[in-house]
Design a protein around this ligand. Sequence first.
Ligand SMILES: NC(=O)c1ccc[n+]([C@@H]2O[C@H](COP(=O)([O-])OP(=O)(O)OC[C@H]3O[C@@H](n4cnc5c(N)ncnc54)[C@H](OP(=O)(O)O)[C@@H]3O)[C@@H](O)[C@H]2O)c1
Length: 375
Amino acid sequence: MVTFTQTKEVQQWHTLEDGFDNLTRGTAPMPTPGQDEVLVEIKAVSLNYRDTEVTNGEYNHHKTLSKRSTPLVPCSDALGVIVALGPNADSTWSVGDRVLSTFSQSHLTGQITAQDLASGLGKPLDGVLQTYRVFPSTGLVRVPEYLTDEEASCLPIAAVTAWMAIFGMEPPFGTWAAKEEEGKQQPLKGKTVVLEGTGGVAVAGLQIAKAAGARTIITSSSDEKLRRAKEELGADYVVNYKTTPGWEEKVMEITEGNGADIILETGGAGTLYKALDCIAFGGLISCIGYTSGKEDKEGEGGSRMNMNLLVLRRNVTLKGIINGPRDRFEEMCEFYERHQIRPVVDRVFGFEEGKEAIKYLRSGSHFGKVVVKVQ
Ligand SMILES: NC(=O)c1ccc[n+]([C@@H]2O[C@H](COP(=O)([O-])OP(=O)(O)OC[C@H]3O[C@@H](n4cnc5c(N)ncnc54)[C@H](OP(=O)(O)O)[C@@H]3O)[C@@H](O)[C@H]2O)c1
């Protein structure tokens, strides 16, 4: 076993899932990696909408994940460096390797299961808003070298979710990588992809879709964010969903009545029905999130066409997404590296500003990702 000076304490943020203002700082003894584990010094953590829900006691839609009675370390997405290896840790890892955490630590391939959900970082397991953490050898992926620590930390949830929302039902990148490299194939050429809002998942989705040759349409409540999406990331069409609440009609207009081929549905109650009105025949709606709400407003559901008919009507595939497995994360990193995609970091907070960082994310002021620099 490679040893590590065990003199330091681990600095942590703690939540009892009872509100942003009740987040507290604490310490824990430095852990020792077990048989097939590695100890990672955490350098950067990117925040996700889920982290705001967990700390605010709102992450309740997975019935199998109950609230813990002991303090929980929040957040799931970390970039770190391996500082010690357990006696039987995977020999592909060495001290000094730059690594990224995977969201569900046991989800290595295929369909996620209830058991995998129970290995989620930042609920129910202690997460990564801390200075050191032990991970199983299989709960990490190698970092694409061209990315900074802060940029790389943005990949585990936002980028993998966007990747799965677009390519999750397609063959893995390895099977079409060669054709793409030779320029014989642009996987989304001729396809239209819609992104809702300019948060972490949507911006990652925009970058992936553009790199794959799609025509992209992105919505936002902010004209300034739409300007950035167009000028900095090459979005083809932008629609302000506040000033144009009927953005689905705009999508139909842009696509000459055909509708979008893929929609990254991050809005939920306020957007899904709109998505169903602007999806192409045979299109894919990836159900990801609920920034506009988790429940239909009373009265509305009753008077609208039943979901069964809405899906049938345009021959749609409605696919629920929960992040993705480790092998799809690794293939996504290859795609990122080939296209030199750099995640958009809106703002970097210091470790001591963890509370402010989480509140800032929830305010929705950001474009892309919010990162906490740990050390
Ligand atoms: N299923 C999964 O595996 C998975 C993974 C990641 C995230 N999610 C979910 O996906 C959603 C987005 O996550 P995120 O981390 O990208 O969030 P985020 O970075 O916090 O982004 C939130 C953005 O959503 C947009 N938004 C707010 N209200 C909206 C509305 N009514 N219609 C359209 N857009 C709206 C805003 O964009 P503008 O400021 O541009 O208006 C806001 O900045 C969340 O619900 C999250 O829980 C699910």
